[in-house]
Design a protein around this ligand. Structure first.
Ligand code: SF4
Ligand code: FES
Length: 255
């Protein structure tokens, strides 16, 4: 009976241009039975275009299917595959191994999220905080006679918030945030950025309500403006700027 090829053998035989391999170190932790995180190492052949997610899936396919990792779209859209890669929160499907410039790639679960197992984390805190800031348009008109009723907005009005609409709720900003690490109730940069997104939308009428929600002890004033949230966002959202602009509303500099 033919033996299952090792990952290295299979890549060599099926991908003639494969020229390099790296060591992939994967954090393993099962809170049901482990007291600490351990790392497993795998030699993985890579191409110029191989992503970290593809390398992890190769390991699952050929070496250890029990590695827990969350992913879906593989195109930086669903926000599922966030993890800490060589010390920085990134999307695994959007990070090419070649751009890391390292022969060793270490993957760990996102910081500031409870670990389900290995690289998979719980998103309850992020989604609860997101929900708390009412991430939808609030209107005070009662005319809902037409589902297609237009509420016009100028390009300048759209410009006020459009970048914040690109958030895919991946949680990388919350993972990078030092305040998230020290305050387990902090609402977090993701939710604050979304609060700004709706406060700044000219069609929205929920500003006062939303500002009241984030004006509490674990709310907007807990941000120390480290700015790491904005540095790691894969979609060009700038939560740190959103938080500062929100403070402008709260202090009466913006209306
Ligand atoms: S603001 Fe950026 S980093 Fe934060 S959840 Fe949204 S897309 Fe991810
Ligand atoms: S798998 Fe969807 S963002 Fe990476």
């Amino acid at each position: 009976m033919a033996q299952t090829p090792s990952i290295a053998e299979e890549k060599t035989s099926s991908a003639v241009s494969s020229s390099k391999s790296i060591t992939l170190r994967i954090a393993r932790f099962n809170p049901q039975k482990d007291s600490d995180t351990s790392f497993m190492e795998f030699k993985v052949p890579v191409e110029k275009w191989t992503t970290v997610l593809e390398a992890i899936l190769d390991v699952k396919k050929h070496f250890d299917h029990s590695v827990a990792v969350r992913y879906s779209c593989r195109q930086a859209t669903c926000g599922s595959c966030g993890m800490v890669i060589n010390g920085k929160p990134r999307l695994a499907c959007f990070t090419k191994i070649s751009e890391l410039n390292s022969d060793t790639v270490t993957v760990e679960p996102m910081h500031n999220f409870p670990i389900i197992r290995d690289l998979a984390v719980r998103f309850d805190r992020l989604f609860n905080s997101h929900h708390k800031v009412k991430p939808y348009l609030i209107r005070d008109d009662t005319d809902v006679s037409s589902d297609t009723k237009e509420i016009l907005q100028s390009p300048e009005e759209l410009e006020q918030f459009i970048q914040f609409s690109n958030c895919i709720k991946c949680g990388l900003c919350n993972s990078a945030c030092p305040t998230m690490a020290t305050d387990s109730s902090f609402v977090g940069p993701q939710a604050l950025a979304q609060a700004y997104r709706y406060v700044a939308d000219s069609r929205d009428k929920g500003k006062d309500n939303r500002l009241k929600i984030i004006d509490e002890s674990h709310g907007i004033w807990r941000c120390h403006f480290a700015g790491s949230c904005s540095q790691v966002c894969p979609k060009g959202v700038d939560p740190a700027m959103g938080i500062q602009l929100l403070r402008g509303y709260m202090l009466g500099f913006r209306s």
